[in-house]
Write a protein that binds this ligand. Structure first.
Ligand code: FES
Ligand code: FE2
Length: 313
């Protein structure tokens, strides 16, 4: 019998499909261990799909990620029990038979936009990643990317990207050098996104937050950035920065330009990291912070996040 259970960790993460890992990080024929939402997960590939499970054997709790993949099954390193992609035990060596009722927890997952996604909590009905798909498809899936772990809660990382007023201070030596404070920005909200326009009359947005954990920076038609904010735990997040570029893409120079772009993005991100990590942690009291007029996108984000938070037991 196939069983797919929903992820639940601790209070705080709202339900939704979260991007959690770049597909290239998953080894071809070995299980991969990672922590997401504070939960140890094992991710592995059978011949047809990517499987995300709790990294714990239901027999005596050894880490399945230390085991092997053989014949489309994951084999526990402790007593050799094997589990199929639906989570059920297909072979227990000590009895030389299957124990179908012995199940590893399996989580709903999908692979799209070169990321592995997992459903956290209960399916909430909000799942519109079309703004991300539009960027990805308009550049034919060509991008360069890197990732960085921050000691920060996911909402702090997301809010940082919705906050343009820090550009003049934090990034005064880089992208904020000639920053002019927008005088009449416009903010729009849909069920699954928060869209910022630099000026009220602009027709193309400058940034789009896509619920729950991604964000688009619209630099120009020829250059856009997608960021994913991946929750590791209450105190850690991984930020993935994808740069999509429609110029200087000729074969011999592309890797060099990608390299330079990633270096400059890393410098910018490092400028953010220090301040964002210094902010109060995941259990900060929102009501103790005084949001200003220019923090409108942050306010909208907090409302969206809060309204979707559920108690997980
Ligand atoms: S702990 Fe996994 S087979 Fe015993
Ligand atoms: Fe920044």
């Amino acid at each position: 019998m196939s069983e797919s259970v929903t992820l639940s960790g601790f209070d705080g993460f709202p339900s939704g499909w979260y991007a959690i890992l770049h597909i290239s990080e998953l080894p071809k024929s070995k299980p991969f261990a990672c922590i997401r939402f504070g939960i140890p997960l094992v991710i592995w590939k059978d011949s047809s799909e990517v499987v995300v499970m709790e990294d714990r054997c239901p027999h005596r709790s050894a880490k399945l990620s230390l085991g092997k993949i053989c014949d489309n099954k994951i084999r526990c390193p402790f007593h050799g029990f094997e589990f199929s992609k639906d989570g059920s035990c297909t072979h227990a060596p000590e009895f030389n038979k299957a124990i179908p009722k012995l199940m590893v927890k399996k989580y709903p997952s999908r692979v799209t936009l070169d990321m592995i996604w997992v459903m956290f909590g209960n399916p909430s009905g909000v799942d519109d990643i079309s703004p991300l798909e539009n960027v990805f498809n308009s550049f034919n899936g060509n991008y360069s990317f890197f990732s960085k772990k921050w000691d920060s809660y996911i909402t702090r990382c997301i809010e940082n990207q919705l906050d343009y007023t820090h550009l003049a201070e934090v990034h005064k030596t880089t992208i904020g050098r000639n920053f002019v404070m927008p005088q009449n920005p416009r903010f729009e909200q849909t069920d699954s996104s928060i869209i910022t326009y630099q000026r009220d009359g602009d027709s193309s947005p400058s940034t789009i937050y896509v619920y729950p954990n991604s964000w688009i920076l619209n630099i120009s038609d020829k250059m856009k950035i997608i960021a994913y904010f991946v929750p590791v735990s209450q105190n850690q997040s991984i930020i993935y920065i994808f740069t999509f570029r429609g110029f200087l893409t000729a074969k011999p120079i592309k890797p060099i330009i990608d390299f330079v772009m990633n270096i400059s993005n890393k410098i910018i991100l490092k400028q953010d990291q220090k301040v964002v990590e210094s902010q109060a942690s995941w259990n900060y009291k929102l009501e103790d912070e005084v949001l200003m007029k220019h923090d409108k996108a942050i306010k909208l984000f907090r409302n969206m996040w809060k309204s979707r938070q559920q108690k997980h037991s």
